[in-house]
Write a protein that binds this ligand. Structure first.
Ligand SMILES: [Zn+2]
Length: 255
């Protein structure tokens, strides 16, 4: 069995913001407290996280994640990567650099920005090893293995990576999918898709677009993520069809 957990489902500032701004969110509902987007995949001994958000330490502790074997990056924006330094204790635990995967361009940006994590320096040893994501790859540990598919999706002026594994697709930051990739998004059990806000946005799907994509691809369940402060949990539950649900931090899917 594979256990997939959405560790964080908030937009870049999370909710509430650092200024305690809640927008249209009901602050009495705990499901409206959202950390920045990242996710965890666990199958047997194998533990993989998608992105290292600024909230990763809290997310790892709250979800009792004991180890990290691999990190998959969707793209280099701060809300997906700036927790990268928190990988250090896992490097100590594993006694070897943690393999991270990103597309070629994103990996270059990460290496430039976080050079000390890749190359060490100032008395520190490298804690991570960069790998360029292939279209198809396998991650394994002992007897546990997961097959992944990856392709690039539009995210405003850059491309982000989509990851598909065990009938789950994770597209947390996206405002366009190339038609040629639709075939990889059919027959899904879970589609986790970017749904930033009600109004249109230049680098994220909005609510109407996310619903349209869901109807087109018809996965068993669609889970909306990267939710901004105008998308209250109960409001979404009320207006969405049964098979489209808003994410909340810590929601777990078993496949
Ligand atoms: Zn982004």
């Amino acid at each position: 069995m594979t256990k997939f957990t959405i560790l964080g489902c908030g937009s870049s500032l999370g909710s509430p913001w650092i200024t305690n701004y809640w927008g249209k969110l009901n602050r009495k509902n705990k499901l409206n407290i959202r950390t920045r987007c990242s996710a965890h995949i666990k199958k047997g001994d194998l533990s993989v996280i998608i992105d290292t958000s600024p909230d990763i330490k809290k997310q790892i502790l709250e979800n009792k994640i004991k180890n990290i074997d691999y990190v998959l990056y969707t793209h280099e924006h701060a809300d997906q990567t700036s927790g990268i330094f928190e990988l250090r204790p896992f490097f100590w635990k594993n006694k070897k650099p943690i393999n991270i995967y990103a597309d070629k361009r994103c990996l270059k940006v990460l290496k430039d920005k976080y050079d000390y994590c890749f190359y060490g320096g100032g008395g520190y040893t490298p804690i991570i090893k960069g790998n360029v994501t292939k279209n198809n790859f396998i991650l394994k540990k002992k007897n546990s293995r997961i097959k992944f598919k990856s392709f690039l999706i539009k995210h405003g002026s850059i491309k982000a990576s989509a990851y598909i594994f065990e009938k789950i697709a994770y597209l947390s930051d996206c405002n366009g999918i190339d038609k040629k990739n639709f075939k990889d998004l059919l027959n899904l059990k879970y589609l986790v898709i970017d749904c930033l806000k009600i109004n249109a946005h230049s680098s994220h799907f909005n609510l109407d677009q996310a619903i349209r994509i869901s109807l087109m691809l018809s996965p068993k369940i669609t889970i909306l993520t990267n939710l901004h402060t105008d998308l209250d949990y109960n409001f979404l539950k009320k207006i969405l069809p049964k098979n489209i649900i808003p994410a909340y931090d810590g929601i777990t899917l078993n496949v």
